[in-house]
Design a protein around this ligand. Structure first.
Ligand SMILES: [Zn+2]
Length: 284
């Protein structure tokens, strides 16, 4: 997950070379912690639990006129910020109600890479994170570094049929190649564009009742170990052309120059260090 926008742009961490994930701990010591994310999920070693891990529920798209959605270039990837009427995340053994704060994506250059989590060694071309905060801590920034402060719903993508639900995003992201669309709206870091409000459940797979859960961290600096992770079994299908639109989107380079083609942005798996993974309705 990516919080660059919220936490300021003073640091130069990235995903390549000297700024890559293996050096993050120099500036952000927590990135060398023992409960880091992402991880490799080995389903044979997971604990099956259908009791306290109830299905995840997403509620609250009751007053869409009060919900605002903004697409933002957060410096590393494409992100949707949610404001106004809250969207509630419950279930999954979470002790409190969580409120969705933002949605963002991790992708790779080829179809065999891009997801942060892998499942039994399988990587996916893209992974979407819905980041929510624990209402116990009142707001997102306050919850960031607290125990159980955040819950992230993670969804894997597969290439298949065109998925028109994602066009509302793709049609707004800049694509200097012009192969899908060409917009200049969020070329610079922190640039935003307001979206037509939609029910975020339209982005999700049909069933949310199969997932694996573990406790981990932000997958970007400062790597706070505050995240309850939920990795869903059912994948989201989008077309190759749609995936390429994400890949070709413009992100600024180090000098904040626009129109630089996408860099890969996913952190490799971190050691499990004895943590347990709990799965609900495992049927990979
Ligand atoms: Zn993420």
């Amino acid at each position: 997950m990516n919080l660059f926008y919220i936490l300021g742009s003073g640091s130069q961490w990235g995903y390549e070379g000297d700024n890559g994930p293996s050096s993050w701990h120099n500036d952000f010591p927590l990135c060398a912690g023992y409960r880091q994310s992402p991880i490799s999920i080995r389903t044979k070693e997971a604990v099956m639990n259908n009791d306290w891990l109830s299905p995840i529920k997403i509620r609250g798209y009751i007053s869409p006129e009060k919900l605002q959605m903004y697409l933002i270039n957060n410096g590393h990837t494409v992100q949707i910020n949610l404001q106004g009427a809250p969207i509630y995340i419950t279930g999954g053994g979470l002790k409190n109600v969580y409120i969705a704060q933002q949605i963002h994506f991790h992708w790779g250059k080829t179809n065999a890479r891009g997801s942060e989590h892998n499942i039994d060694g399988r990587y996916f071309p893209m992974e979407m994170h819905i980041v929510s905060y624990n209402t116990k801590y009142n707001n997102f920034v306050n919850a960031l570094d607290k125990e159980g402060g955040l819950a992230v719903l993670a969804f894997m993508f597969e290439i298949g049929e065109h998925n028109s639900n994602f066009d509302r995003i793709i049609n707004l992201i800049p694509d200097p190649g012009g192969k899908y669309s060409f917009h200049l709206k969020i070329i610079f870091e922190c640039e935003t564009v307001q979206m037509d409000t939609f029910d975020l459940r339209e982005l999700l797979p049909e069933t949310l009742d199969g997932y694996c859960h573990y406790s981990g961290s932000l997958t970007t600096p400062p790597c706070y170990e505050s995240v309850k992770w939920f990795i869903f079994y059912e994948t989201i299908e989008i077309s190759r052309r749609q995936l390429n639109a994400f890949r070709q989107s413009a992100l600024p380079d180090d000098a904040n120059e626009p129109i630089k083609l996408f860099k890969e942005h996913f952190r490799p798996p971190q050691p499990l260090n004895g943590r347990k993974i709990y799965c609900h309705k495992k049927d990979w």
